[in-house]
Write a protein that binds this ligand. Structure first.
Ligand code: SAH
Length: 390
């Protein structure tokens, strides 16, 4: 995999957006790609280890501070490479401690990341695209349309930046214990840039995160789930949101291309291939749309006996959203019916909603967009569901 072409992987987008095209951004390179770069610069491949140590263990973004690298090599690096981070446009902190950063992708584009502190862990929720093309009926990001994929360096740069913002931990307690690709975008629609970023998250010379603590959430791009199973082992979350194809096709339009049976088959295959524990199925709780006892039972029938757990997400409203959140009683009953039906189920606690940092509320800033909406291409996106106007 260590070809010359690989060196540009993940940096192609950055270059196309006005950065110095011939100066490779080190944050977009996996360990193997860094080794190729070092060799190409006439240095020993093991220098890649030292570079990664500075980048990821020490949180250093300046070649002149990398004191155990030869001066000549540092000069060469400064000439031929760079360490470029997304720029922070603004940040907000919610009353519950959740923090949200707006990051600049380029002159008119921005995307968001969110840090969620809990007593036993710290979760960073990162974006994989500016906007999203999947057009899920209840998601604020979908309203923005799709602009572009983030580069590997921009995806890795989010974790790097968040660690700096939160104070790089020299040892001991980790501030970021979990990374979830649940921010803006559909990660599997940006497969080429997301997979190298995942490798850097897991690499012990990189962020050294446990594979069970890196979660990729997808709306259900079946061929890419199969590809992912061959490439890398991370926790998989799937946005299911409905127990039957008719409703799911309305809520998550990609279902018209890859219906539930096909999706579930890909999930079980992923678990088999990766020796995983279970797939987490996300299920947004929409009042009188997908939250009835009958639907809970149907969902339990679909998943019981499989390596599955369900995470119920109370719907987070945003300006212009046409859904309502299910009542607490309905959510509790839905969970109980799943448990009774033999399916592990939890309710996701809403975090950061006073700064619009909760699931589905991330909108970043997308202007000059080329709106490509898969849903509208497959079929008309305006559908009426059980009295709720979608
Ligand atoms: N594109 C990925 C990541 C999306 S965000 C995916 O579809 O899985 C993570 C989760 O939040 C997804 O399950 C998504 O469907 C859900 N979500 C989107 N909008 C929401 C909203 N307004 N309220 C609650 N959850 C929402």
């Amino acid at each position: 995999m260590s070809t010359d072409a690989d060196l540009t992987t993940g940096n192609d987008v950055t270059a196309a957006h006005g950065e110095v095209a011939d100066r490779v951004n080190l944050l977009g390179l996996t360990r193997e790609q860094l080794q190729v770069l070092c060799a190409r610069l006439g240095s020993k491949p093991f220098r890649a280890r030292q570079l990664m140590h500075w980048l990821y263990k020490r949180g250093c973004d300046r070649f002149d501070q990398m004191s155990d690298l030869a001066l000549e090599f540092r000069a060469l690096l400064a000439e031929r490479a760079g360490i470029r981070l997304p720029e922070i446009v603004s940040q907000q902190q919610a009353s519950d401690g959740t923090r949200k950063w707006l990051l600049r992708a380029d002159q008119s584009q921005a995307f968001e990341m969110v840090y969620i502190p809990e007593s036993d862990r710290g979760t960073l929720c990162i974006s994989s695209q500016v906007g999203c093309a999947l057009d899920c009926a209840f998601c604020a990001t979908a309203q923005q349309g799709f602009n572009r994929n983030l580069s590997t360096a921009e995806i890795v740069g989010q974790v790097w930046l968040a660690r700096r913002e939160l104070g790089f931990e020299p040892a001991g307690d980790r501030i970021i214990t979990n990374v979830v690709l649940m921010g803006m975008g559909e990660p599997l629609a940006n497969f080429r840039n997301v997979v190298p970023a995942l490798r850097i998250f897991l690499d012990d010379l990189g962020f050294d995160l446990s594979r069970r603590r890196v979660t990729l959430s997808t709306s259900g791009l079946v061929p890419q789930i199969h590809r992912l199973a061959q490439e890398i082992n991370v926790a998989l979350a799937v946005s299911l949101h409905a127990p039957d194809d008719e409703l799911r096709s309305q809520l998550v339009p990609i279902n018209r291309v890859h219906p539930i049976a096909e999706l579930l088959e890909a999930c079980w295959h992923y678990i088999d291939e990766q020796n995983g524990r279970s797939v987490t199925f996300e299920y947004v709780m929409l009042d009188q749309v997908n939250d009835s006892p009958a639907q809970a039972r149907e969902l339990a029938r679909l998943l019981a006996g499989h390596p599955a757990k369900v995470n119920l997400i109370p719907f987070n409203p945003y300006p212009g959203s046409r859904f309502r959140r299910s009542s607490e009683a309905a959510i509790g009953q839905f969970r109980d019916l799943l448990l009774r039906g033999g399916v592990m189920a939890t309710v996701r606690r809403t975090r950061g909603d006073d700064i619009d940092a909760a699931c589905g509320q991330l909108v970043g800033r997308v202007t000059d967009r080329t709106v490509v909406r898969l849903g509208s291409r497959v079929e008309a996106a305006r559908i009426r569901v059980a009295g709720a106007s979608v």
